[in-house]
Design a binder for this molecule. Structure first.
Ligand SMILES: C[S@@+](CC[C@H](N)C(=O)[O-])C[C@H]1O[C@@H](n2cnc3c(N)ncnc32)[C@H](O)[C@@H]1O
Length: 318
């Protein structure tokens, strides 16, 4: 039986109705209004008895032939298209300190006349606290890379920065460490660090960090850049301040880590190394570790680990 010959019960009923109406109108109401009525009714019945539209074709599931290496690159094919362009001419290593002082501090060293009288009484001679801030990765990488410039994202009280400055000095390197931190800590951190004072809500974290740098006599090696990592890295990129070694240890949620790693990578000199902490903490499968893994996957780079630290050497691909 062909499909177009099948008469549905409701369709059959409509035809019967139409036939009766035709007879009725032809015999008794041979007037224009009856034809109009017939027309409207036939249209309505035809509309309701029409078969429903065919269902849409099922969605095709794309087959990923290279799930481990290219899935992110396939999903975001324009991942590497950023609007910001870093300066074409890198600032020479020996000019980096003065460039940062000029551009960030208007030409005057932040250590000049430090500490200011209105905060001096709130500072302790030395107050250092870090997390994995003296791990073996620091010495391994400083010996390997012999960096002229280090950028640290996330400094807090300076434990890791001071450790790197002392290592570099011991190895006879002339290393400048640029410490990017907004020096706000995180909301509520003062409930744990009750001894870090504040004035009208302005927490003394940067001052205590600088006091620590003074205490350990490494002011020549360390400069703070007291801004968010996003805006600071953007500015360093435009200025042409590149680094041989970059430590990423600021925000640990996925989006912060992802943004910092991507921005930082643009500031790595050829052959430079990027590394960071908290690769193995449980929560970081959704935070730092996820960002590092995805980044390495997109760029085809190899992740190495050293204790709790991850390391990506830009010279070493898969
Ligand atoms: C884990 S601590 C850094 C510890 C330090 N690297 C050490 O080992 O001693 C994280 C720091 O990142 C800073 N931070 C977090 N998110 C930031 C952001 N978006 N911009 C600037 N600093 C940020 C916080 O103020 C805090 O001082």
């Amino acid at each position: 039986m062909k499909e177009d010959k099948v008469i549905q019960p409701h369709h059959h009923h409509h035809q019967l109705l139409l036939r009766r109406l035709t007879v009725f109108s032809g015999n008794r109401l041979a007037r224009p209004i009856s034809f109009l009525l017939l027309l409207v009714l036939s249209y309505t019945l035809g509309y309701f008895s029409a078969s429903p539209p065919p269902p849409p074709p099922p969605l095709q599931t794309p087959i990923d032939h290279h799930p481990t290496t290219t899935v992110a690159a396939q999903t975001f094919p324009d991942h590497n298209r950023f609007s910001t362009r870093c300066a074409a001419m890198p600032v020479p290593s020996k000019l980096i300190r003065q460039t940062v002082i000029n551009r960030v501090f208007n030409g005057s060293s932040p250590y000049y006349s430090f500490p200011p009288p209105h905060v001096a009484h709130l500072l302790r001679p030395k107050r250092v606290k870090g997390w994995g801030s003296t791990g073996s990765v620091f010495e391994t990488l400083i010996r390997k890379v012999k960096p002229r410039t280090i950028i640290e994202l996330g400094t807090f009280l300076g434990a890791s920065a001071i450790h790197m400055a002392e290592l570099a000095n011991r190895l006879g390197l002339k290393t400048q460490i640029i410490c990017v931190d907004d020096f706000r800590g995180w909301p509520g951190f003062q409930t744990r660090f009750t001894d870090i004072g504040s004035i009208n809500g302005d927490v003394m974290l940067m001052y205590q960090f600088m006091q620590n740098v003074v205490y350990f006599n490494v002011t020549d090696s360390i400069l703070p850049v007291p801004y968010s990592t996003g805006s600071a890295l953007e500015a360093l990129c435009e200025l042409g301040v590149f680094a041989d070694l970059i430590e990423v240890d600021a925000g640990h949620d996925f989006h912060s880590a992802w943004s910092d790693i991507n921005r930082a990578y643009k500031l790595l000199r050829p052959g430079g190394v990027m590394f960071g902490h908290d690769y193995f903490t449980a929560a970081d499968e959704r935070g730092v570790r996820r960002a590092v893994k995805l980044f390495a996957q997109v760029k085809g780079l190899r992740i190495q680990t050293d204790g709790q630290h991850w390391v990506i050497d830009s010279a070493e691909s898969h």
